[in-house]
Every structure is written in C-alpha cells, then in structure tokens.
Design a protein around this ligand. Structure first.
Ligand code: BG6
Length: 522
C-alpha cells in the first residue's frame, strides 16, 4: 500500500528508473513534478539509479534546462529548500528537444534512453509522464508503442502516467481508453486524480478501516445524509478557454468529488492491494443511481458567478468578464447534486455534492450528519435549537476531523448545547511540505496502482453525470449569472436541501458576512 505519513522516513527508495516527462517546459513540471522529485530526493525515496529526461519543443541543453528549473524550485519548496538536495537532484536531470508528432524523433528518444540507462544503471525501467493536453495522449502512446518503448520484459517495466481530463463524456472516455489499450495493458496505465494524492483523502480509508468503532455506525441506520463540499474562492484565472468547454460539472464531479464519495461509501476491501481497493470503489460507483432526465430538473443545480466581493474584500469580475470567456457564456461555475445509492448499506441516504468557483471560502470537506436520538428527554432544550450530531472530515485546509455532539450546559437546568471535538493533522504530524504528487510518483515507480484510477472507474464517473450533461445541454440556463462572487452559490442550492428538510452545513469562513441564501446551519 502507499506511502503513509508515519512511514515517510522509513520507506525504502523506489526501484531504479528513468522518468520521462513529455511537456517538460510547462507549468506542471515546474510547479509540481520537479518539486515533488525534490521532496522525494530529500526524504531518501528516489533511488540512486534515477534520471529524469524532460522532453519539449524548446531548444535547450541539459544545463539550461536545469537552470530554468532551479529558478523556480527554491520558490516552490520554500523553507524546505536545501542546496545540497538540489545538487543531488540536479545532476540526474536531462533534456531532449522533441516534436511529439514526429516519428523520427522517437527513434532518437530510444537512443537517448539507452545511453542514459547505461550511464545511470536504471535497468531499463521507464516511467512516461504525459504532462500534455489529452488530445496528445493517443498520438504519443502510439509512437512510443511503435518504437517498442512500451514493451515490458521479465526484467524491466514500462509505465505511463496521464492526468485528467480523461475525455469529456462517456463516449470520448471509452475512445481514449481504447486508444491507450491498443499500445499497452491496463496495468501499465496510471491515471492520476490528484485528490487521491491528498493525505486526508487516503486517511478516509484509515479512519474507517483502522478504527473498530466507526464501522457499526457507517450505514443507513445511523447516518441521515452526507454533504461533500469542494468550495473554491478563486475564479477561473487564466484557464477560461479550458473552463468554457469543461464547466464545473465535468471539471470536478466525475473525478474529484466521486473519489471522495467512493472512499467514504465503499465496502471494506479484502486488503489494501490495488485490485481489491479499486474493485470496491467501482462497486460503490456502480451502486450510485444515475439521475433520470426528470430527476435532473429537481436533483441538480447549476450556477454561474456574477461580479462580487471576495472574503478579503477585493472586488472581482463576473465569470463572463474573465479572459477567453464568452461574454454570454452559459458555462456553469457551480454545481450541486443529490445522489442516492442502490445498495444495502446506503439505501435511502442522500449524498449532496456541491462545488463551485468564487465561493465564500476555499474549503474541501465531507460532513456526515447522524440521525437524531430517538426521543428527546431533555425538555428544557428546544429540539430545534439542538444541532444534529455531525462528523466532519476536513480535506483541506486545516486538515483534520471534527465531531460535534450535544453536551450539558453547566447550570441547574438540564440543558443541552452543541460542542466540538477537533483533531488537527498538523498538531500531531507537523506540516510536511508536499505538492500532493510525491506519493503518486513514488507509488508508480514501485508499481502500486492503488491510488490511480482504473479505466472502469473513469467510465463509471462519466456514466453517473451523463444524464445531467444531456439535460443541461438540451435546456440552456436562463438565469445566469445567478450568484455573486464571494457568496455560497445560487439560492437553488439551498432549496435542493430545504425540500428534504435539511440545510447545508455552514463552513466557518473569515467571511462571516458572505451572502448566504442556502440556509446553511452553523
Ligand atoms: C483541478 C480542476 O482538477 O482541481 C481545477 O481542474 C480545480 O479547476 C482543482 O481548481 C482543485 O484542486 P485542489 O487540489 O486545489 O482542491
């Protein structure tokens, strides 16, 4: 199983390999991948026999490539930066110019890899990281396949990492999976959903399956409903062109939010081996009942932000005024869904999901609301005033777990108030600098696919949202923009829960005054 915090310093270095990054001149390499390699190097988790080969269109030599990375690295890793660690890593970084669509360049790549392999004793193990637009995934893997670079033998391995988006709907995801499978086996493909790299997401499994007291409560008998919130205070920034095509639903639900739901709702796997965990996740996603076209009208909400004021008091533009966005855009920047599951454990328990840009805060959390006690004996407490028991898994920031429950208010009367028990990760484990990619890269180097998505998982994600996409496309929104930047989203999101006699949990933000028509409870 994957690298866990307590094992961090004890885990052995990964197996020898060359990591080949397509798109090494881009942002992802600079901001995430090289800092992640740096953290692995600092923790002694990169093998001695390691090399990274960056590939891109730019004309660069090894030295100038290293210098470019050095310029941004110290900034990315902050106070964790050590010149010694960088010197160690620096010598293993190489660069080659490539036209990713030119067949002859792949012959040259083979030669270069053979040389690096001999120099660095990397044993013929290659990890290809495709940090490029998805339209190139098939083109690159076809060419790698043709020159034999995806062919594994008994003594070496070949793996390919790709990142979302894995298609833009069910059909395109199936086509992409087929294209990848033409050149390699499913076991060689490592699909990253960076939410799976978050310690707190992995901790959902530990919390549930390493603690005996949770399991008896984890079902429809005790849980009233679940709320999953991924709120972002940022807007679309410079990603308008991508976002216009994607929208909040495609960008976040079939991947990140369903990852959270999968870990939360899965049955205990037989082991923490990749196959066992992925099977259970797939079974869980299978149990989600796709919304019918009629249900889409009542169980889903979409929104787009208008101009407004952030928590910090900064006036910000509407989505439609963002660069590369159509001034009449109908793309949603907010989505809320009510999903239910057709299985023994969760029948009848609603899972409410919401995510959006330019909301009142930057918070990712799962709130599990328990059923009320069957009778209320404490007559001096107004039952309406008593908050239901709630368990909150804070994914980010301020990672931790909070339980709120009733306690006696001191005094002669028997009155009950709501109190919180709070565990903060940082208090126990400190704050290790990480990009979220460390565990994923380390796991891939060791052939552990537990935290990567299987082709079936990707397709199931799209199946779940396909009817929503269809209905939304057929019925364009008429009320956009319908929420102010810096608020908690459109009023209809509150209505979604109010109809069921429930409310969104109010997440404590600096912006206590943020416009909130969702009826959230504190
Ligand atoms: C990405 C989405 O996958 O996840 C972005 O494309 C989003 O739109 C981001 O902002 C959120 O990730 P995190 O780790 O900041 O919650």
């Amino acid at each position: 199983m994957s690298l866990m915090q307590t094992e961090y310093t004890q885990a052995p270095p990964a197996t020898p390999n060359v990591m080949i990054i397509f798109g090494a001149g881009g942002d992802l390499t600079r901001r995430k991948l090289v800092p992640a390699l740096y953290h692995l190097c600092a923790a002694g988790l990169l093998p001695e026999s390691f090399a990274m080969l960056g590939l891109d269109r730019l004309e660069l030599g090894d030295e100038s490539f290293r210098d470019r990375l050095a310029d941004t690295l110290s900034e990315s890793v902050g106070s964790a930066y050590s010149a010694d660690v960088w010197e160690r890593l620096r010598g293993s970084l190489h660069y080659m110019r490539i036209d990713m669509l030119a067949d002859q360049d792949y012959e040259e790549l083979c030669e270069r890899l053979t040389r690096i392999d001999a120099e660095r004793a990397t044993e013929g193990n290659y990890l290809f990281y495709l940090a490029v637009p998805p339209s190139l995934f098939g083109e690159i893997t076809n060419r790698l396949g043709e020159v034999g670079l995806l062919h594994e033998s008994d003594s070496d391995w070949r793996r390919v990492i790709i990142e979302k988006p894995f298609g833009h709907d069910l059909d395109s995801a199936v086509t992409l999976n087929e294209a990848m499978h033409r050149n390699m086996d499913e076991e060689q493909i490592y699909r990253i959903d960076h939410y799976l790299g978050k310690e707190t997401v992995q901790n959902i499994m530990v919390f549930r399956f390493a603690n005996g007291f949770i399991e008896p409560l984890w079902n429809r008998h005790h849980i009233d409903h679940v709320q999953i919130t991924v709120a972002e205070s940022v807007g679309v920034e410079h990603r308008g062109a991508y976002y216009e095509e994607a929208g909040a639903l495609r960008d976040m639900i079939p991947n990140h939010l369903l990852v959270l739901l999968g870990f939360l709702a899965m049955e205990p796997p037989n082991s923490f081996e990749a196959q066992a965990v992925r099977e259970e996740i797939n079974k869980t996603l299978d149990a989600i009942i796709p919304l019918t076209h009629e249900q889409v009208l009542t169980h889903s909400v979409r929104g787009q932000y208008a101009a407004g004021t952030t928590a910090a008091g900064e006036a910000v533009n509407a989505y439609r005024d963002s660069p590369h966005v159509d001034p009449k855009s109908r793309t949603e920047t907010f989505v809320a869904l009510k999903l239910t599951m057709d299985n023994w454990r969760w029948a009848g328990v609603p899972f409410y999901l919401r995510t959006g840009k330019r909301l009142a805060g930057q918070y990712t959390e799962i709130a599990i609301q328990f059923k009320r006690a069957p009778t209320m004996m404490f007559k001096d407490t107004d039952t309406d005033q008593l908050e239901p028991d709630m368990l909150v898994l804070r994914i980010q920031p301020n990672e931790g777990i909070q339980m709120s429950f009733g306690a006696k208010i001191p005094g002669p009367q028997m009155q009950v108030g709501t109190v919180n028990m709070d565990f903060c990760y940082e208090d126990y484990f400190g704050n290790k600098p990480a990009t979220g990619y460390e565990t994923l890269i380390y796991d891939c180097m060791n052939g552990d696919a537990t935290l990567f998505k299987h082709a079936d998982t990707v397709e199931k994600g799209w199946e779940i949202v396909q009817s929503v996409m269809d209905v939304w496309q057929a019925l364009p929104p008429r009320d956009f923009p319908n929420y102010a930047a810096g608020s908690w989203g459109p009023c209809a999101a509150g209505e979604l829960l109010r109809r069921d006699g429930r409310r969104w949990r109010r997440i404590q933000t600096e912006a206590a005054t943020a416009t909130d028509c969702t009826g959230s409870r504190s």
